[in-house]
Design a protein around this ligand. Structure first.
Ligand code: CA
Length: 229
């Protein structure tokens, strides 16, 4: 699976440095922003998998940014962990009210924060689990093994990533540009018809196991992984 990208929005350099050090040996890739404005630009170009958001920022507050991100359809699914110096119950409620998924009170240990990140990611994204089974397909993310009725399917790396994405986001339609963004990652410039090429290859392998019906073309909209006809 691709490395999870975590964006930290924090004006205090010492905390960013501490996190950089802690993340260095973790399975996450850490990106940084110093304030809400920088964070907004960054998120548009480079969708993170999770945001660590400091409450007290110069300019727009972390709370305000969380509210905006959670009401924007493009970013509302990105989980947010608020970093706060306030332990006050009311503030805690306000933080979770604005849509944050969790919060951590400063000072925190990087180890504690990493554990909270994993817990939040696992909650919002079942893809963090090692094995997924949908529509008779079994996908083991630790070995990258895909099988149907105990028979192994052979895929190229892109088809694997595509299938993994579909299986963890079933019953929803994605257009080509969304698939490029979520499967290939932001900042890559690939023609949209590349998506069709890989969908075709994926279907071909699935067809050998009579499972091609799981990848559906939705006319004028895109593709959907569905166990329903
Ligand atoms: Ca701060």
């Amino acid at each position: 699976m691709s490395v999870k990208r975590v964006l930290i929005v924090e004006d205090e350099l010492a905390i960013r440095e501490m996190m950089k050090f802690a993340f260095h040996k973790s399975e996450f890739n850490l990106q940084e922003a110093e304030d809400a404005e920088q964070a907004q630009v960054f998120i548009k170009d480079n969708r993170p998998d999770l945001i660590l958001l400091d409450w007290m920022l110069p300019g727009m507050s972390g709370l305000e940014l969380a509210k905006r991100l959670k009401t924007d359809p493009d970013s509302k699914d990105i989980p947010i962990i608020m970093l706060t110096a306030r332990g006050d119950e009311n503030d805690r409620i306000r933080g979770l009210d604005c849509g944050a998924d969790d919060y951590v009170v400063k000072p925190f240990s990087p180890r504690e924060l990493l554990a909270r990140i994993k817990a939040v990611l696992r909650r919002v994204d079942p893809a963090m689990d090692d094995t997924i089974e949908v529509g008779g397909i079994k996908l083991d993310n630790s070995t990258h093994r895909v099988s149907i009725a105990d028979k192994t399917l052979e895929f190229g790396p892109t088809e694997y990533k595509l299938l993994h994405f579909f299986m963890t986001h079933p019953e929803r339609v994605y257009n080509r540009s969304q698939l490029l963004d979520r499967v290939w990652g932001g900042n890559v410039y690939i023609e949209e018809r590349t998506v069709d090429v890989h969908i075709r290859r994926l279907r071909k392998v699935l067809a050998e196991h009579k499972a091609e019906h799981l990848i559906q073309t939705v006319r004028g909209a895109g593709y959907r992984f569905s166990t329903q006809p």
